[in-house]
Design a protein around this ligand. Sequence first.
Ligand code: SF4
Length: 371
Amino acid sequence: MGLYVHIPFCRKACHYCDFHFTVNLNGVKPLLQALSIEAQNQAPFWTQQTFDSIYFGGGTPGLLGPRQLEPLLNTLRSNFSIAAEAEITLETNPDDLLEFGAHAWKDLGINRLSLGVQSLNTQVLARLNRAHDAKQALQALDKIEAAGVQRVSVDLMFGLPGQSREDVLSAARELAQRNVHHISAYGLTVETGTQLELAVRKGKEQLPEEEESAEQFLSLHSVLSEAGFEHYEVSNYARAGQRSRHNSAYWSGEDYLGLGPSAHSLQADKRWFNRSSNGAYVQAMQQNTSIQDLEELSANQKVNEWLMTRMRTLEGAEAKEAIRRVGKTQWNIWQDLKSEFPASWFQTDKDLAFTAEGWLMMDSYLRKAIL
Ligand code: SF4
């Protein structure tokens, strides 16, 4: 099971991003102290569990620097049972990595770096307001390779303003020939309230057509597949044995603990999330009060959530288990979709699982079938 730590700070606000973060770095110190308090408060409730992954996400945890991260990691190690071979991932951006160097992270015991590259076209990156350019992204990968970090994951995006199919293809080819073990590939979503949404609404920014975006995904898919990456989740590719342990545990429905503002946790049937406010989070931890909102899912919601999670994975939903959970009526709708759109599904009786083409249409299938 996994331990997630949310570090809600970034150097720049990317125009498409709706995660919880701030670019005001003045609050880093109190927030780190608050995270330590939350870890100590949560520890008594997780004494029976051993965590086999820790994931520092954000925001940009890589901007903290090893000196700030080390005490936090020590607090986690002294309060929770962490497996000796635990996967410990740190999300970082190329500019942060160039500042601190990959050795520093490796020396702390971080054995997996997740690098936010997004594109290898500097003009495209600038339009997104990313803090790095293409050259820095490649330099960061060189540094990671030179440091011999055990496992490297890279985030890439497609369907971006100003991005061409050739951009996507050449980035995928470049990464495929490097020592990269895992690639997360996301299509751009224009989230409400972001700078990008405003710019699109005002006609100041144009997005590629949906068809073009789909073609970009399929091109990227074929380059990565030919290079030996397994498409094991709708947005994730891995070389053999390099799937993300942390995320795979989410998709298998395992319990997890999330620390920090906006972090979610699941323990048995109880799910809760910390409110998305750094100030309120720090205050709550200092005053020993709760900042958690409890989420109660109905039986039907739980079933649908199970199915949606399974359908994101290469293995999909196993037929017997799916019928048991969703019932015959919904199962028959899926079977009809399977017959109507054969290219979208792996044609096996045992499972319900999407092909790459099917994942492109996943949302519309879910809308049709989920009751
Ligand atoms: S660095 Fe990541 S978390 Fe921060 S604004 Fe950009 S996309 Fe969002």
